[in-house]
Design a protein around this ligand. Structure first.
Ligand SMILES: Nc1ncnc2c1ncn2[C@@H]1O[C@H](COP(=O)(O)OP(=O)(O)O)[C@@H](O)[C@H]1O
Ligand SMILES: [Mg+2]
Length: 256
């Protein structure tokens, strides 16, 4: 399809035992574009992210910058610039906020600060650089410095969601899949998240954002895919989706 696609999936399908959680899902996202993914609970949104990052067995193909990466393992995909955040926060609970940030950065020798703690002295010289790079990463996501030495679970929830985004961003990915960034956060944090998503878009990262908050997704997304019971119900601009009869029916019909 589109030559401009940073990330493209075709005919994605996932079965959990006898249950078809996802079927025939195809979409692409270009550099500097935000693709929104919406749909009722259980529609298959998180499964779609798991499949795209090869963390679940799936049918269909995945292309990153035109290369077929369908068989590339999750960790290698991350190194190649395809990363995701999780619906539930996933941090190293024993490490501080700053150490988590340092561990997320990819270094020439492939180690993060967790490993560096046990390094001989001469190797720690580069650790100072890691710490300053980690600090800069957190600064970019407006994580207050007073939280740097705290454990992630001890900082405010809205800041944790922002930390999750910073850790996934780490060393400037090609494509970032973000699962419900605003889950459980209030108005001010929501605004901050929307601003950061726009910042990442402006940097030329291809973004796929799953989100329940319609206001947020309608504001930031360039295009939206609607999933319902594992199938694509509709795709279009926010304006098209807002007025799509099938979408209204799926949402309003279910709410009634
Ligand atoms: N590991 C799993 N094993 C079995 N069923 C699963 C698993 N993960 C998700 N499901 C089921 O697949 C469907 C889609 O789940 P999910 O992708 O989490 O939906 P969403 O993120 O849209 O809420 C749901 O019916 C869910 O119960
Ligand atoms: Mg989900």
């Amino acid at each position: 399809m589109s030559e401009a696609a940073a990330l493209q999936v075709d005919d994605l399908g996932v079965r959990y035992g006898g249950f078809q959680a996802l079927e025939g899902m195809s979409w692409s996202v270009a550099a500097g574009e935000i693709l929104g993914v919406i749909g009722p609970n259980g529609a298959g949104k998180s499964t779609c992210m798991a499949a795209t990052t090869n963390s679940v067995k799936h049918a269909g193909t995945i292309r990153l910058l035109g290369d077929d990466v369908t068989k590339v393992p999750t960790a290698e995909l991350s190194r190649r610039g395809l990363r995701r955040t999780f619906q539930q926060n996933a941090f190293y609970g024993e490490l501080s906020v700053l150490e988590n940030a340092s561990s997320s950065l990819i270094w020439g020798d492939g180690t993060g600060l967790a490993a560096a703690t046990f390094m001989p002295l001469r190797e720690r010289r580069s650790t100072a650089r890691r710490i300053s790079a980690a600090g800069e990463l957190l600064d970019r996501f407006a994580i207050p410095r007073m939280y740097f030495d705290e454990k992630p679970s001890d900082i405010p929830y809205g800041t944790q969601r922002m930390l999750a985004l910073a850790l996934a961003y780490a060393s400037a990915p090609v494509a970032l899949l973000i699962d419900e960034p605003a889950a459980g956060v209030g108005g001010t944090d929501m605004k901050a998240l929307a601003d950061k998503l726009k910042m990442l878009k402006a940097e030329g990262i291809a973004l796929v954002v799953i989100e329940h908050h319609m206001d947020l997704i309608m504001t930031v997304a360039d295009r939206i895919v609607v999933l319902d019971r594992g199938r694509m119900l509709a795709t279009g601009t926010p304006q098209e989706i807002r007025t799509n009869e099938k979408v209204l029916e799926a949402y309003l019909g279910r709410a009634a």
